[in-house]
Design a protein around this ligand. Structure first.
Ligand code: AMP
Length: 285
């Protein structure tokens, strides 16, 4: 009998809800998704889930407490965990940015030379600044990094930013991005359960890919088909089908969801009609 795969997922914080929703959409959600449950079996899959803090996932996977887990890429690098990044999950996107107070004279990373910088990511910060040849004093804080300058703890911060509103609210100005992060599926290096790990990666990946795309359908006059297909941001070839109306074809294509905004007016300009975009449930390349 095959051993069951064990997987750690965030029990609280920003990555909890989207991780649960990904498992649900993938058809491997927990059987008893109660708030206080620490462990659960998966419906429809030989996976046991362990609910832990996102911070703890890299070490749990590295030390073999579990076979794989979901956490932030920033946490994998900050913990210097010896794990395999199996899949980028497309949520929890954020970046580590250096920021100073509005009235600070710094305009670029180099201006941080010799200054005190507060961060909850001292290892990534030290490495990135080192690569830029910047020598700064890193002050490690575990939370509320953005208030460090107003408390006089530091001149600048290196903090996780998603929209930038927390920086602005605290009177800070970004000098730029040092590291980009998102939620990732990580697995044990040299895992004994490579096949199960691969299956899980394919199943979750099919949903992650699908979410990033839309199925586009539209009708267009045959004489303008070339013009229309040139505007499609599609890697593969679109499907083209004759309609009952002579001289008109239906075009079906998979397009990146992020391109829909700019694509619709272009399709209209090519004379496309009956334009539909549909969500895709799964997509295996
Ligand atoms: P938690 O502390 O459990 O809420 O999870 C924090 C993780 O969420 C971080 O390590 C990042 O991977 C991710 N994240 C995404 N956006 C942000 C943000 N704006 N601030 C902090 N963490 C974020």
């Amino acid at each position: 009998m095959n051993r069951r795969l064990t997987m750690a997922i965030p029990s609280k914080g920003r990555l909890r809800q989207p991780s649960w929703s990904l498992l649900e959409a993938s058809g491997v959600s927990p059987q008893e998704p109660g708030e206080r449950v620490l462990q659960a079996h998966c419906r429809n899959a030989d996976i046991d889930l362990l609910f832990v803090r996102a911070d703890d996932v890299p070490e749990y996977v590295q030390d073999g407490v579990v076979d794989c887990g979901i956490t932030g890429l920033d946490l994998v690098f900050e913990r210097e965990a010896e794990v395999e990044v199996l899949l980028r999950l497309g949520y929890g996107t954020c970046s580590l940015q250096a920021a100073v107070t509005m009235d600070d004279s710094a305009t670029c990373f180099k201006d941080l030379n010799g200054r005190r910088i507060a961060t909850s990511h001292p290892k990534i910060a030290g490495k990135m600044l080192g690569e830029l040849g910047i020598e700064a004093e890193i002050v490690k804080v575990s939370g509320s990094v953005e208030i460090a300058p107003s408390l006089g703890l530091a001149d600048a911060v290196i903090d996780l930013v998603s929209t930038g509103s927390t920086l602005r609210t605290n009177g800070l100005r970004s000098l730029g991005i040092l590291f980009e992060s998102e939620a990732v599926l990580v697995g044990r290096k040299n895992s004994q359960d490579l096949e199960a790990q691969r299956t899980l990666t394919t199943v979750l990946g099919s949903v992650v890919n699908a979410r990033a795309n839309r199925y586009l359908l539209c009708n267009v006059e045959k004489s303008r088909l070339d013009e229309l297909t040139k505007t499609l941001p599609t890697k593969g070839s679109p499907t083209v089908m004759d309609l009952a109306t002579p001289g008109v074809v239906a075009v079906h294509a998979l397009v990146p969801a992020a391109d829909i905004w700019s694509l619709l007016p272009k399709l209209e300009a090519c004379g496309a009609t009956s334009i539909l975009t549909l969500p895709v449930e799964r997509m295996v390349r």
